[in-house]
Design a protein around this ligand. Sequence first.
Ligand SMILES: *[C@@H]1O[C@H](CO)[C@@H](O)[C@H](O)[C@H]1NC(C)=O
Ligand SMILES: [Cu+2]
Length: 339
Amino acid sequence: MSGVHGMGLRLILLALLFTSTYAHSWVEQLMVIASNGTFVGSPGYPRGFVPRSDPAFSDDAMVYLLPPAGKASVTSTDNLCRETQRKKVQSEGSPRLQASAGAAIALRYQENGHVSLPETQIGKPNNRGTVYVYGTTNPKENEKLLDVYKVWNEDGTGGDGRGVLLAKRDYDDKRCYQVNGGQISQRRQTEFSHGADQYMGGDLWCQSDIALPDTASSGKPYTLYWVWNWPTAAGADPNLPNGKEEMYTTCMDVDVVDHSDSRMSTKAKYLQDQSLNSASIPDQFKQIFGSKSAGSGGVSSSAFVTPAPSQPATVPPMATVTVTSFVTSVKIVRETGSA
Ligand SMILES: *[C@@H]1O[C@H](CO)[C@@H](O)[C@H](O)[C@H]1NC(C)=O
Ligand SMILES: [Cu+2]
């Protein structure tokens, strides 16, 4: 070890190398997951989607930060959806996902360093924040975050009862990475290698895998709210002695269609050996099916309550994470302060 001085220098170099690629996250794409765990059909997109290939694209076209800049806390007037996502409007060329009631769906997003470069922001949670996915057939144009977030529940009895909590997921799905020089990315590039594809390039996008309720009516849109809680713990960052609230959302609709082929089947079985370009996340897939095959009735609404069965062989235990690496040792110091 070259000591504290060398470590500090390395941190600065890492920061310089990676700040330009640093951006926040939003749902880039929705895919239906077949009963073998593979994505099928055509992608769907959030409301008002601006693809990265669009000349009008910038992070600002898709990012929605809460509380808004300049405010310390979320308040009752803060909208859940960014202005361009308050109405059920799609951009040309970026249609809604088509899926049947009960279908499993992957909400795909880019980690942009939030998983692979934990040293760039201190005091963040070990799981890189928690994603809450809410569903409703009765959305409001001016839906308020605090009427939904941690209010709607899996039984649909929370708050005004218009919606349900479909899933609660770790932001880090334990596979995803941005291609960069950080040790987490380097390790995952080897462990979860895949051919570059038209959407992800060499990166591997993250997922929140959920299931639509079996009761969603065909012929109608079903609304999903993706809410990522990414707080800074108090006391971790000298510049933020009280910590910081920080959340991001994406609002989207799915056209519920009557296709039996995208309906989840109880004889679903995850194919262990499949291309990562179109594979759902095994443990999230099992959580969805665990509650389905258990015949709980509520199905997706209770998906996350069912304990995840033991991880399949393709997901290495987290114990393989090296604790001797620079990145990890810094992370451990910071984790002691996080919530
Ligand atoms: C998984 O199932 C889908 C839908 O039935 C099928 O199109 C696909 O080929 C299957 N994947 C593999 C790897 O067999
Ligand atoms: Cu960010």
